[in-house]
Design a protein around this ligand. Structure first.
Ligand code: C2E
Ligand code: CA
Ligand code: CA
Length: 723
C-alpha cells in the first residue's frame, strides 16, 4: 500500500490531463513548441501540478512556477490561459489522486489558481519589461530625430502585436491610437474595428468617471502608473473582467504623450476566485454545504433561545470496501449520488444537509417538529435500499445514523455534535443499516468503560490491583486444601472494583495478559511461601485464566517462569478456565493447556455446567477438577431442592471420569451437608471464608474451618447459615 503510494507520487498518471491540455493548445495557431516538444513540456508540467495538489499543504510555489514556465516557453497566445485553466479543472483531480492526494477535489482549485496566477504574473512582468525598453529606445530616438514618435509607434506595435496580453495605446484626449489583437479580440473585435471605436463603446457608463480620474492622475503626474480591476463590455454584451495596468509614455521633456494600457482578461480568474470562496463553505465533490457551513448554521440555531436542535449524523456502511473494490472514482460518484438523494429527500424539506467529510453526512434540523427526525432517518434508510448503479456497477449501500435532539439551553454545539458522533458509532456497532437515538445513560456507561480501559495498564503500573484469596476446603475434614486467587482493583476515582466490572474490558483491550501475569506471579509467590513454611501442607493456589490468556502465545513461558522464580512445584498450581477457554475454535483442546497439564499443572473447569453443556469433550481434556457453578449450589437450599439430583449426577459423572469436584458459592451448612452426602470433594464459599487479602486468609489455613465456629458475615437479604 505505502509502496504503491510512493511510486505513484513520483510518477502520477497524467495521461488524461495532458491529452486534453495538449489537444486544446494544438488548435492555437503559432505555438512556439512543436508537437513532441509541447508534449514533453506538458507531461512535466502536469506531473508537477499533480504532485503539488497531492501534498499537504498544497505546493502553491511549484504550481506558480509551472504557470511562469509556460510564459518562459513562449506559450503567450491569448487562449493559453483559459485552455490551461479548463484542462486543469477537468482533469487535475484525477491526476492528483493518482499522485496520492486524499482529497483532490479540495486541493485542485487552489493549484489551478496558483498556475494561473504564476502565468499572469510572469506575463505582466515580461510585458512591462518590454514596454520599459521600448520607452528607453524611444527617448533615445527622440533625442536624435524629429518625428521619431511615429517610428517608435511602429516599433512598439511590432513588439506588442503578438503578445498574449491586451495592449492599448490611448492619446491624451482619450482617443484610441492603437490596440493589439489580444485586446481587440478580448472584446470581440478585430484590430481594425476596434480602432474605430470610442472608449464609451466598451467602458461601462458607471465606470467612466473613475476612468477619467485615473487618466488625469497619470497625465498630471500624481501617479506614475495604476493598476485596477476593470470591467469592459464585450461586443456581444457580456462583461469581460480585466486587470488593467496603465502607465504613461513621456516625450523627451517628460511630458506624457500617450497612455499604455496593459489589459488581461481575468474573467476566468474571477470565476476561479468565486469557486474558491464557495469552496470555503461547500464540498467541491458533492457541492453540498461542508462542515464549516454546517457548524455556522448550528451555532446560529443555538442563538435562538427556547428552541430545539436536531441532528441526524449519517455514515455509509462499508464505504471503504467500495473504494477498495471499484476504485476512488466509483467511490466519488457514489458520494455524489448519495448527496443528490439526500438533497432531494431532506434538503427539500428545508433542512440543511452537509457533507462532513469522507462518507459522513449530517442533517441539521432547526426546531424539529415531533417525530421529524425519526421520519427523516427512516426516509434516508428507505431511499438507500434501492441499489445505486454507477458505470456498470450495481452498488448496494446502506447507512448508519445517529440521531440527537436537544433544547438549545441544555447543550452546546460542540456537545451535540459529539453526541451525534457517539450515537452514529452505536448505530454501527449495533449492526449498521439502522438509526439509533442518543441515550445519556448508555453514554455514561460507555464513558466509564472507556475510562476504565484507558486507566487499566497505568493502574497496573501504579500497583492498584490487589489479589485476594479464598480458601478451598476439603468437605470431609473442613481443612483448606487450596486458595483461589481473585483480583480486585482499587481504582483512584471509581473506588474498589470487582473483577466483573473490568475483566471483560481487560479481555477486549488485551491488557488481561499483563494483568493475568501479575495475578499469576503474586499467587505463586504466596503459595511458595506458605508451602515452604509448612512442609507437607501441599496447599495449592488456583488462578483464573481468561480466554485471551489461554490463547496467548507466551502463556506456557509465563507460567514456567512464575513457577521457576517462586519455586512453587507445578502440581501446587491450579489454572481455572471456562469451557470456552479450554476448547479452541475447531472444538480442539487448546495446545498450551495440554502442555501445561503435561508439566503437572492442575487444570480445572471453572463455572462448570454453564457453558457448552456438551460433556463429550471432557475425556479429551487433561483435567483435574470440575468447579460446579454457584447456580447449582444456590439451588441446594431452595425448598423443593430439585437442583439436588443434577448436582448429584454431575458429581458422579466427574468421579467416573476420574476428576475431583469443587462446589462454588457454598454459603450455608445445609448446602455443605447436601454436597457431602453427594460425595463432593471440596467446597469454596462464604461459609468457609470470603475472599480476603493474603494475611487475613493465611491465618485460617492451618486449622480446620468448621462452619459452626465461623462468624456469619453475609450480605443482607441472603439466608443466614442454618436459617
Ligand atoms: P469465579 O472464578 O467464578 O470466582 C468466584 C466468584 O464468586 C468470586 O467473585 C467470589 O468472590 C465469589 N464467591 C465466592 N464465594 C461465594 C459465595 O459463597 N457466595 C457468593 N455469592 N459469591 C461467592 P469475584 O471475586 O467477584 O470474581 C468474579 C469473577 O471474576 C470470577 O468468577 C472470575 O471469573 C473472574 N476473576 C476474578 N479474578 C480473576 C483473575 O485474576 N483473572 C481472571 N481472568 N478472571 C478473574
Ligand atoms: Ca474461578
Ligand atoms: Ca467459578
Amino acid at each position: 500500500m505505502t509502496g504503491g503510494h510512493e511510486l505513484s507520487r513520483s510518477a502520477p498518471d497524467v495521461t488524461a490531463l495532458v491529452a486534453s491540455w495538449a489537444g486544446d493548445l494544438a488548435r492555437l495557431a503559432a505555438l512556439p513548441l512543436a508537437g513532441e516538444e509541447l508534449h514533453h513540456f506538458l507531461v512535466h508540467a502536469a506531473s508537477q501540478v499533480a504532485n503539488a495538489a497531492a501534498v499537504d499543504p498544497v505546493d502553491v510555489d511549484t504550481a506558480r512556477q509551472v504557470g511562469a514556465s509556460m510564459v518562459d516557453a513562449g506559450l503567450l497566445a491569448p487562449d493559453v490561459l483559459p485552455i490551461t485553466v479548463s484542462a486543469l479543472a477537468r482533469n487535475l483531480p484525477t491526476a492528483a489522486r493518482s499522485a496520492g492526494a486524499d482529497r483532490p477535489h479540495e486541493t485542485a482549485p487552489t493549484v489551478e489558481a496558483a498556475v494561473a496566477d504564476g502565468y499572469v504574473a510572469r506575463l505582466r512582468a515580461r510585458i512591462l519589461d518590454e514596454q520599459e525598453s521600448m520607452h528607453r529606445t524611444e527617448v533615445a530616438a527622440r533625442r536624435q530625430m524629429e518625428g521619431a514618435l511615429r517610428s517608435s509607434e511602429a516599433r512598439f506595435r511590432a513588439i506588442f502585436a503578438n503578445a498574449g496580453i491586451g495592449i492599448g495605446i490611448v492619446d491624451m484626449e482619450g482617443r484610441i491610437v492603437d490596440v493589439n489583437t489580444a485586446f481587440a479580440s478580448m472584446l470581440g473585435y478585430t484590430v481594425e474595428e476596434f480602432r474605430l471605436l470610442t472608449v464609451g463603446d466598451f467602458v461601462y457608463a458607471d465606470d467612466a468617471a473613475q476612468m477619467w480620474e485615473l487618466y488625469r492622475d497619470i497625465t498630471e503626474g500624481r501617479r506614475d502608473s495604476a493598476r485596477v480591476e476593470k470591467r469592459y463590455r464585450h461586443r456581444e454584451g457580456h462583461v469581460v473582467w480585466t486587470d488593467l495596468t496603465a502607465s504613461p509614455i513621456r516625450d523627451a521633456d517628460g511630458v506624457p504623450v500617450f497612455i499604455v494600457a496593459l489589459v488581461e482578461d481575468v474573467t476566468a480568474l474571477r470565476e476561479l476566485r468565486e469557486r474558491l470562496r464557495r469552496q470555503a463553505l461547500h464540498d467541491p465533490l458533492t457541492l453540498l454545504p461542508n462542515r464549516a457551513l454546517f457548524q455556522d448554521r448550528l451555532s446560529a440555531a443555538f442563538a435562538q433561545p427556547g428552541r430545539r436542535v436536531g441532528i441526524c449524523h449519517l455514515d455509509l456502511d462499508r464505504f471503504k470496501a467500495v473504494n477498495d473494490r471499484h476504485g476512488h472514482d466509483v467511490g466519488d460518484a457514489l458520494l455524489i449520488v448519495v448527496a443528490r438523494l439526500l438533497d432531494k429527500w431532506v434538503a427539500t424539506r428545508g433542512h440543511l444537509v452537509a457533507r462532513m467529510g469522507g462518507d459522513e453526512f449530517a442533517i441539521l434540523v432547526d426546531d424539529p417538529p415531533e417525530g421529524e427526525l425519526a421520519m427523516l432517518a427512516d426516509t434516508v434508510l428507505a431511499v438507500l435500499t434501492e441499489p445505486i448503479v454507477i458505470d456498470e456497477h450495481r452498488l448496494v449501500v446502506s447507512a448508519s445514523i445517529g440521531v440527537v435532539e436537544y433544547p438549545v439551553e441544555e447543550t452546546t454545539p460542540a456537545e451535540i455534535l459529539k453526541a451525534a458522533d457517539v450515537t452514529l458509532y452505536w448505530a454501527k456497532s449495533d449492526g449498521r443499516n439502522r438509526w439509533v437515538r442518543f441515550d445519556p445513560e448508555r453514554h455514561a456507561r460507555d464513558m466509564t468503560r472507556y475510562t476504565l480501559s484507558a486507566t487499566l495498564l497505568p493502574g497496573l503500573e501504579r500497583d492498584e490491583f490487589q489479589v485476594e484469596y479464598q480458601p478451598i476446603v476439603g468437605l470431609s475434614d473442613d481443612r483448606a486444601v487450596g486458595v483461589e486467587a481473585l483480583v480486585r482493583w482499587a481504582h483512584p476515582t471509581f473506588g474498589p472494583l470487582r473483577p466483573d466490572e473490568f475483566i471483560d474490558l481487560a479481555e477486549e483491550t488485551g491488557s488481561i495478559v499483563q494483568l493475568g501475569r501479575h495475578v499469576l506471579t503474586s499467587a505463586c509467590e504466596r503459595g511458595a511461601e506458605w508451602n515452604s513454611a509448612h512442609p507437607g501442607a501441599e496447599l495449592f493456589v488456583s488462578v483464573n485464566l481468561a480466554v485471551r490468556q489461554a490463547h496467548d502465545p507466551d502463556l506456557v513461558d509465563d507460567v514456567m517462569r512464575a513457577l521457576e522464580t517462586t519455586g512453587l512445584p507445578p502440581h501446587l498450581l491450579q489454572l481455572e478456565l471456562t469451557e470456552s477457554a479450554l476448547l479452541g475454535p475447531a472444538g480442539r483442546p487448546v495446545e498450551a493447556i495440554m502442555a501445561l497439564a503435561g508439566m503437572g499443572v492442575r487444570i480445572a473447569v471453572d463455572d462448570f455446567g454453564t457453558g457448552y453443556s456438551n460433556l463429550g469433550y471432557l475425556p479429551r481434556l487433561p483435567l483435574h477438577t470440575l468447579k460446579l457453578a454457584r447456580m447449582f449450589i444456590d439451588g441446594l437450599h431452595t425448598p423443593p431442592a430439585d437442583a439436588s439430583p443434577i448436582v448429584g449426577s454431575l458429581i458422579a459423572l466427574a468421579h467416573a471420569l476420574g476428576l475431583s469436584v469443587t462446589a462454588e458459592g457454598v454459603e450455608t451448612p445445609a448446602q455443605a451437608d447436601r454436597l457431602r452426602a453427594s460425595a463432593c470433594d471440596t467446597a469454596q464459599g462464604w461459609l468457609y471464608g470470603r475472599p480476603a487479602p493474603w494475611h487475613e486468609t493465611a491465618h485460617l489455613l492451618d486449622t480446620p474451618l468448621p462452619p459452626e465456629s465461623r462468624p456469619a458475615v453475609l450480605t443482607p437479604g441472603r439466608p443466614q447459615p442454618g436459617s
